[in-house]
Design a protein around this ligand. Structure first.
Ligand SMILES: Cc1cc2nc3c(=O)[nH]c(=O)nc-3n(C[C@H](O)[C@H](O)[C@H](O)COP(=O)(O)OP(=O)(O)OC[C@H]3O[C@@H](n4cnc5c(N)ncnc54)[C@H](O)[C@@H]3O)c2cc1C
Length: 381
């Protein structure tokens, strides 16, 4: 399997953009735990944001595969900046799939132009992997929903213009999968509060926040999809977004491998460069092979998705293995830097910290394995 010429060009352009626009600034953003959103705007102007959004909604009419390729290239240069830019459409996949025409025409075009940022609040202080424990309520009163509750670890919580909120709307429903709905909340609504979470281990350029909803009122027309079917919509949504996370894992691993190769070619020990030792060469060979395998998984899953075939097991394999490879490769790459790897001045330390998130968000590695096993057990071989 190979990329089309257009995909190759896009990948090259994404790499050049990342190298030119944020490689030099990445360490600073990590230190200050903040980001310069003029870079996001620039990435939008260059066509890197929202490639999966259809042309009629202001997008470029490409696919999830293209979004994943750009993600890999951005994360190869810096995961924090990559996440700060590309997460700005997180939730658009849900609007595009389940929103009304009016919702798609209202909320999607500004994301592509860099005029709006969005997020998606699912996790709560007491509900993460088990989304059926979510307690934030969206109570229907006439032509409004009144939202009360809190959300935890929400990407773009402090910078978003609108946020999708996974809410309990069917309080009396016995089936836990039929209790939830997805509601869009504009962040300038009365009763909405966001507090930045500082001190993250990695992807520190990306905003993460705790959200509070105190009697936030939104019109019923802000419901995305079908009332009571939010759980099913969410599972379907993750089949798209987990691919991007798989690509993040490959990107951070590829960046770390390249740093390791540059270092071992220069660094000398016992009268030779490190790259001359077979033990070092074997490490590099293992790292590169695992990256290629992880890349192959996400490419195939993304190709199938763009051709109308959703394979939840394959997507979960790509996401789990992408995280595993990210953590393995950044660890080995840091090891090859010796003591220098432990010092913040060397980018490999940041990549080592950044990689871990791939195993945690949008389904921990354990959740991914549970999905893979569930799908396997359903199959007849
Ligand atoms: C930087 C960052 C950004 C994030 N962005 C967002 C966002 O934008 N929106 C959003 O909604 N959330 C976001 N999250 C939250 C993230 O998705 C959750 O942290 C993640 O889903 C895990 O939930 P939890 O933290 O509650 O862990 P828990 O669910 O408490 O899990 C803790 C551990 O137990 C394991 N575990 C749980 N259940 C089982 C089981 N049945 N079998 C085996 N092991 C199990 C898990 O795998 C994990 O290792 C973000 C998190 C971070 C750190």
């Amino acid at each position: 399997m190979d990329l089309t010429d257009l995909q190759k060009d896009l990948r090259r352009a994404a790499r050049e953009f990342a190298e030119g626009e944020f490689r030099e600034k990445a360490r600073y953003f990590d230190e200050i735990e903040d980001f310069d959103f003029s870079l996001h705007k620039k990435a939008c102007e260059c066509g890197f944001v929202g490639t999966f959004i259809k042309e009629e909604y202001g997008g470029h009419g490409l696919g999830f595969f293209e979004h994943a390729l750009i993600t890999e290239e951005f994360w190869r240069v810096d995961p924090g900046c990559g996440q700060a830019i590309l997460s700005c459409t997180f939730g658009a996949e849900m609007i595009q799939e389940y929103g009304t025409e009016t919702q798609k025409k209202t909320y999607l075009p500004p994301l592509v132009k860099g005029e709006a940022i969005m997020g998606f609040g699912i996790t709560e202080p007491d509900a993460g992997s088990d989304v059926t424990s979510v307690k934030t309520k969206g109570e229907r009163r006439g032509d409004k929903f009144v939202i009360n509750g809190s959300k935890m670890f929400i990407t773009n919580g402090c910078v978003a213009n609108y946020i999708l909120v996974f809410c309990l709307t069917e309080m009396e429903e016995k089936d836990p999968h039929r209790r939830y709905s997805v509601i869009l909340v504009e962040t300038d609504r009365k009763g909405f509060e966001a507090q930045k979470i500082k001190g993250k281990m990695g992807i520190r350029a990306s905003d993460t926040a705790e959200l509070r909803f105190n009697d936030v009122e939104v019109p019923v027309s802000n419901l995305i999809g079908r009332q009571g079917y939010g759980f099913y919509q969410l599972m379907d949504f993750f089949n798209r977004t987990r691919l991007h996370v798989a690509a993040q894992g490959v990107g951070v691993a590829q960046g770390a491998l390249e740093m390791a190769i540059a270092h071992v070619k220069k660094r000398r020990a016992f009268g030779k460069t490190l790259s001359e030792f077979q033990g070092v060469q074997f490490k590099l060979a293992e790292m590169a092979t695992k990256i290629e395998a992880a890349r192959g998984l996400y490419w195939r899953a993304a190709y199938l998705l763009d051709h109308g075939k959703i394979d939840p097991a394959l997507i979960s394999m790509a996401k789990w293995f992408g995280g595993e490879v990210a953590v393995f490769v950044t660890n080995e790459a840091l090891q090859l830097h010796g003591g220098y790897g432990y010092i913040a001045e060397y980018d490999i330390q940041r990549f080592y910290r950044d990689a871990k998130i791939v195993e945690i968000y949008e389904g921990t590695k354990e959740v991914e394995k549970a999905i893979i096993a569930r799908e396997l057990l359903k199959r007849v071989f």
